[in-house]
Ligand binder design. Structure first.
Ligand SMILES: *[C@@H]1O[C@H](CO)[C@@H](O)[C@H](O)[C@H]1NC(C)=O
Ligand SMILES: *[C@@H]1O[C@H](CO)[C@@H](O)[C@H](O)[C@H]1NC(C)=O
Ligand SMILES: *[C@@H]1O[C@H](CO)[C@@H](O)[C@H](O)[C@H]1NC(C)=O
Ligand SMILES: *[C@@H]1O[C@H](CO)[C@@H](O)[C@H](O)[C@H]1NC(C)=O
Ligand SMILES: *[C@@H]1O[C@H](CO)[C@@H](O)[C@H](O)[C@H]1NC(C)=O
Ligand SMILES: *[C@@H]1O[C@H](CO)[C@@H](O)[C@H](O)[C@H]1NC(C)=O
Ligand SMILES: *[C@@H]1O[C@H](CO)[C@@H](O)[C@H](O)[C@H]1NC(C)=O
Ligand SMILES: *[C@@H]1O[C@H](CO)[C@@H](O)[C@H](O)[C@H]1NC(C)=O
Length: 674
């Protein structure tokens, strides 16, 4: 992932010539000016010949034919299981917002002057807005993080699928109706996806972002929305506006004096030494290995914090998003890990702080991610930002009141225990934490109405890690769960009950096989179980219950040079969605050796969803398909480098700084594989 994708695997294939079926320069498109003009366009790296392709923009059926044409023969269709958006059945208008080729795109985002469309009812009267993202890529490339902003508010955090030889494409969507207040006025739309394009990284992400605006209907009127949405970000409109922590990120915000409720939404992704934060070692585990051997530390405990004028207002336990190159990349072919295309967000009720913020002065909002004490920092880095949703009263007078009770420890030092067997060939560490926050406040709105607010979070975290084979083997079992609730005059306005268990292991020691290749196996079970009632001003506050589990096994097979020659991957996902409007969606997908062997859908939304037909995506990758990954360090003839608490292989991308970063370390440990 960005900026230095140290932790995910890179598929490296022979460099393809793009000459015959050129991915044309796709930065500016004919009808993008419907909604304004693209300010910054694609990189000059791709030539514009052979542009013979057009999307059918009003075709809601299948993107396949156009994309097949674009991606060449036999592209793989990747997907992430998600519920179809719930939208009205009346008039809809589709607009292309951005078409862009992310080639050398670090610091070179796609930027559009957004102008609200006038062809789908009165501007801003829409009942729903859904974004639709279609990406195709061919060649060698990492998975990359994609952040989409409207007026510096991040509205969608996605990531890319790593390509295969014959190309991959995917089509994903997000209901962004809660951001209708932003879509209702002219603004800056910015899509930041840092990618590298050179002789080695030949994958260009050909990206199309469309928006569908839905007119309200009698059955599906416009939902309640915020009066104001403000960025919890750096505020940049020329580049990504995300904070990179540590250090913490702060912004000054002034809110209207007649604000009556206010909520924060937070997005957070671990990157680089924090990408596999749930596998980061307690600092005490580092003592069992030579200095510098394990570099991912500060324990696996991560708490995303939101502070208002330096006072902690709420926290989030993040869901571990695993990107498509993560750990054993063949787990995620063609079905991505839950959240890879749409990272979940977290909500905090800031209403208790409203009386302190309505003085027409600017206040300091801070986002931070904390780990193990005594300094509570993390490794580098986390990408964190969010939005403030503000509701104002009809009366213009200032909202007053006070926080009546504040029971919030600023930090929780997780309880850590480590141990080993007699010869230290097995080392383990456990990390546990309980988090309790309770803030009560009394508000008096401008019209005299009194509101008693109680915001409470009760979360718990447990992580057990076992290291063997000089930490080439790591096994992690983590539970992270809790409930956050807010009541206003006793009525529940926000409630979030979640459980995010993950159980994961991999062994990068390398088991010799009869074919002469070395097998690196691993497995994961990962569940996202969440019942979320968002506040009413987030597009009506529809309750959703999502319960999904992915169970994957698989192996990479590398040659004695450490080059991946083959990979197997099985993954089964069971997905269930129920919402407050009575809609249901269930899906059960089985992938064996990178091929979808069954895909069943049921529920009231099933007919809107895609079904991946029983179809081969290339079966078991043949020799040479997964070419070119080189592991650093020498070990039993295998060039494998083990320098972090996480499980991914270190690749040797030129210029990404990992090759032999710690030369000699492995030699010292050669006798450790007992
Ligand atoms: C999403 O966009 C793709 C490509 O632009 C298109 O083929 C597909 O029909 C769209 N899907 C929806 C649901 O709008
Ligand atoms: C993608 O790569 C495959 C295999 O080399 C090739 O057949 C296909 O034409 C390529 N597609 C594009 C769009 O370059
Ligand atoms: C916030 O305001 C303070 C005081 O005016 C100022 O020193 C600081 O630089 C501002 N911070 C940001 C991020 O704008
Ligand atoms: C904002 O709050 C953070 C966290 O308390 C603090 O580190 C920072 O110095 C504050 N910034 C300003 C401008 O007050
Ligand atoms: C195991 O590691 C611990 C922590 O570094 C050390 O104190 C102990 O001496 C080691 N034991 C052996 C047998 O190497
Ligand atoms: C890891 O793989 C090595 C090589 O095959 C094997 O000796 C070892 O037992 C494995 N470790 C575990 C914990 O399975
Ligand atoms: C996943 O769950 C299955 C079924 O309970 C179990 O057999 C398997 O060992 C689990 N895998 C991991 C990595 O925990
Ligand atoms: C997957 O491929 C491996 C290696 O070719 C084979 O041994 C295994 O039986 C296959 N598994 C399934 C479920 O098809």
């Amino acid at each position: 992932m960005l900026p230095t994708a140290l932790f995910t695997l890179l598929l490296s294939f022979p460099i393809h010539s793009f000459a015959s079926s050129s991915p044309s320069s796709f930065g500016i498109v004919e009808n993008a000016d419907l909604l304004g003009s693209i300010r910054s366009s694609t990189s000059d790296l791709v030539d514009e010949e052979d542009f013979d392709f057009e999307f059918e923009r009003d075709d809601f059926e299948a993107p396949d034919s156009a994309l097949l044409k674009r991606a060449g023969s036999g592209p793989q269709r990747d997907f992430q299981v998600q519920q179809p958006p719930v939208v009205p059945s009346g008039k809809r208008c589709v607009h292309t917002l951005i078409e862009y080729d992310f080639a050398n795109s670090y610091g070179n985002p796609a930027i559009l002057d957004y102008v609200p469309p006038k062809d789908c009812g009165k501007v801003g009267s829409w009942a729903s807005v859904v974004l639709n993202l279609t990406v195709s890529v061919n060649g060698t490339q990492y998975d990359r993080l994609g952040l989409i902003y409207l007026d510096s508010v991040e509205i969608w955090r996605t990531s890319t699928s790593e390509p295969t030889t014959s190309g991959v494409y995917w089509n994903t969507y997000k209901d962004v109706s809660k951001f209708i207040p932003l879509f209702s006025k002219p603004g800056t739309l910015l899509f930041d996806e840092g990618n590298i394009y050179n002789d080695q990284y030949t994958g260009i992400y050909h990206t199309t972002l469309t928006a569908t605006f839905y007119e309200p209907t009698y059955e599906f009127p416009q939902p309640l929305l915020a009066d104001l949405i403000l960025p919890l970000s750096t505020g940049s409109t020329t580049g990504g506006a995300v904070f990179s922590t540590p250090p913490s990120g702060s912004t000054n915000i002034t809110i209207p004096p007649n604000t009556i409720t206010m909520y924060a939404e937070i997005l957070a992704s671990g990157n680089s030494n924090e990408e596999f934060w749930y596998m980061n070692s307690p600092n005490e585990v580092l003592d069992y290995y030579p200095p510098g051997y394990l570099t991912q530390a500060q324990s696996p405990y991560r708490e995303v914090q939101l502070l208002v004028d330096g006072r902690l207002a709420g926290v989030a336990y993040p869901w571990p998003v695993i990107y498509t190159g993560g750990v054993i990349l063949s787990w995620w072919r063609p079905m991505a890990s839950y959240g890879a295309y749409d990272a979940p967000s977290y909500l905090v009720d800031l209403t208790p702080f409203v009386p302190l913020l309505t003085d027409s002065k600017s206040h300091n909002f801070t986002l931070n991610v904390v780990g193990q004490g005594p300094d509570f920092t993390t490794e580098q880095n986390w990408f964190v930002d969010g939005a403030l949703y503000v509701q104002t009263g009809n009366n213009k007078r200032r909202t007053t009141g006070k926080i009546t009770s504040y029971k919030v420890p600023q930090y929780i030092d997780p309880k850590i225990a480590v141990g080993s067997n007699a010869d230290n060939s097995t080392v383990w560490g456990t990390t546990e934490a309980e988090r309790f926050i309770e803030i009560e406040a009394e508000l008096i709105a401008g019209d005299g109405e009194k509101v008693e607010v109680v915001w409470r979070q009760d979360l718990s975290f447990k992580n057990k890690q076992v290291y063997k084979n000089t930490a080439y083997y790591e096994n992690v079992v983590q539970t992270s769960e809790g409930t956050s609730t807010s009541t206003h005059n006793g009525k529940v306005t926000l409630s979030d009950t979640f459980s995010f268990p993950i159980s994961i292991w991999s062994n990068y020691t390398g088991t010799p096989t009869s074919s002469g290749l070395y097998e690196l196996p691993g497995a994961v079970n990962h569940s996202y179980v969440r019942t979320l009632l968002p506040p009413p001003i987030l597009a009506g506050g529809m309750k959703t219950e999502i319960d999904t589990t992915q169970s994957a096994t698989g192996s990479l097979f590398v040659d004695s040079g450490g080059v991946i020659r083959k990979a197997t991957g099985n993954n089964e996902e069971k997905f269930s969605y129920i919402d407050g409007k009575g809609n249901t969606y269930h899906r059960d997908v089985v992938v064996q050796n990178n091929t979808v062997v069954s895909d069943h859908q049921a529920g009231s939304l099933a007919h809107y969803g895609e079904v991946i037909q029983q179809r081969s995506f290339g079966a078991v990758p043949a020799e040479g398909v997964f070419g070119g990954i080189e592991f650093t360090g020498k070990r039993s003839g295998l060039r494998v480098k083990r320098n972090r608490g996480g499980l991914s292989l270190v690749t040797s991308p030129v210029g990404e700084g990992m090759v032999n970063k710690f030369p000699g370390v492995l030699a010292k440990l050669d006798d450790g594989n007992k």
